[in-house]
Design a protein around this ligand. Structure first.
Ligand SMILES: C[C@@]1(CC(=O)O)c2cc3[nH]c(cc4nc(cc5[nH]c(cc(n2)[C@H]1CCC(=O)O)[C@@](C)(CC(=O)O)[C@@H]5CCC(=O)O)C(CC(=O)O)=C4CCC(=O)O)c(CCC(=O)O)c3CC(=O)O
Ligand SMILES: NC(=O)C1=CN([C@@H]2O[C@H](COP(=O)(O)OP(=O)(O)OC[C@H]3O[C@@H](n4cnc5c(N)ncnc54)[C@H](O)[C@@H]3O)[C@@H](O)[C@H]2O)C=CC1
Length: 214
C-alpha cells in the first residue's frame, strides 16, 4: 500500500510547467487552469488542438520545442507527460534535484505527487485518489460524487462563507460561534434558493442554539 498525504495547493504566482502536449498533458493543463494557476508554461514540439486554442487565448505560455533542464530549474511544480519514458525520467530526476514538486504521468515511483480526480462546486473541492492502484476507480467515484453533490453546492458553500464572515464580527464568544457554524452547515443543505437573508438566518440559528442550551 502507498501512503500519500493530501494537501491543497495555492498556485497563484507559482511557475507550473508541463512537459508534453498530448491528451494527458492537456488534462493536467486544464486542471491547473481550473485551479487558478496564472504562471503556466507548456513545452512540447506538437500539441493538441485544444491546447493550441487555449494558448492563443493567452491562458498560459506555450513553447514549441523539446524539454531542457532549465524548464525544471525554473519550475515550482512540474508535470512530465511526454510519450518518451527517458524524457519523463529526466524531467523527474531534474525536478527532484532542484527541489521541485514532480508528477511523472507514466511512473508514480518517480513522482513526489500524484493527481486526484476532482469535482469542483465553487469553493467546495472534492478530490479522490486510489494512490495509483486504479485511476479508473478514482474516475468512477468522482462521477458518483458529481451526482451526489450537484451544482447547488456552489451556492451552499458561498452562503456558508458569507454567514461565517458575518459571525466573525458578530459572535465574539468562540464556543457560541462554533455551535452556530456547525448548525449552519447542517442547515445549509436544507435551504431552498428563495427568501434567503444572512442576518435572518443568523438570528434563527441563534434562537435554536439558545433553545438547545436552556
Ligand atoms: C499514478 C497516477 C499519476 C498521475 O498521473 O498523477 C496515474 C498514473 C497512470 N494512469 C494510467 C492510466 C489511466 N489514467 C486514467 C485517468 C486518470 N489518471 C489520473 C491519475 C493518476 N494516473 C495518478 C493515480 C491516481 C489514482 O490512482 O487515483 C486521474 C485520476 C487524474 C488526472 O490525471 O488528472 C485521471 C482521471 C481523471 C478524471 O477524473 O476523469 C485512466 C482512465 C482514462 O484515461 O479514461 C487510465 C486508464 C485506466 C487505468 O489504468 O485505470 C497509467 C497507465 C498508462 C499507460 O498504460 O501507459 C498510469 C501509469 C502507471 O500507473 O504506472
Ligand atoms: N497519468 C495518467 O493518467 C496517464 C498517463 N499516461 C502516460 O502519459 C504519457 C503521455 O500520454 P499522451 O498524452 O496520451 O501521449 P501523446 O503521444 O498523445 O503525446 C505525447 C506528447 O509528448 C510530446 N513530447 C515528446 N517528446 C518530447 C520532449 N522531448 N519534450 C517535450 N515534449 C515532448 C509530444 O510532442 C506529444 O505532444 C503516455 O506515454 C503514458 O505513459 C497514459 C494514460 C493515462
Amino acid at each position: 500500500m502507498n501512503g500519500y498525504y493530501p494537501i491543497v495547493l495555492q498556485l497563484r504566482g507559482k511557475r507550473c510547467v508541463i512537459i508534453g502536449g498530448g491528451g494527458i498533458a492537456q488534462r493536467k493543463l486544464l486542471g491547473l487552469l481550473e485551479a487558478g494557476a496564472d504562471d503556466v508554461l507548456l513545452v512540447s514540439p506538437s500539441v493538441t488542438a485544444q491546447i493550441e486554442r487555449l494558448a492563443a487565448e493567452g491562458k498560459f505560455r506555450l513553447e514549441r520545442r523539446e524539454y531542457k533542464e532549465e524548464d525544471a530549474k525554473e519550475a515550482w511544480l512540474i508535470f512530465a507527460a511526454t510519450n518518451d519514458k527517458r524524457v519523463n525520467a529526466a524531467v523527474a530526476a531534474d525536478g527532484e534535484r532542484f527541489g521541485v514538486l514532480v508528477n511523472a504521468a507514466d511512473e508514480p515511483d518517480n513522482s513526489t505527487f500524484i493527481s486526484p480526480s476532482v469535482v469542483r462546486r465553487g469553493d467546495l473541492l472534492l478530490a479522490v485518489t486510489v494512490s495509483g492502484a486504479s485511476p479508473a476507480l478514482s474516475q468512477q467515484i468522482k462521477q458518483e460524487l458529481e451526482a451526489q453533490y450537484g451544482p447547488r453546492y456552489e451556492e451552499i458553500a458561498a452562503r456558508l462563507r458569507r454567514l461565517r464572515d458575518r459571525t466573525l464580527d458578530m459572535i465574539l464568544d468562540e464556543q457560541e460561534r462554533r455551535a452556530v457554524l456547525k448548525l449552519a452547515a447542517e442547515d445549509a443543505v436544507q435551504f431552498n434558493r428563495n427568501n434567503f437573508d444572512t442576518d435572518e438566518w443568523l438570528q434563527s440559528l441563534y434562537h435554536r442554539i439558545d433553545r438547545r442550551h436552556s
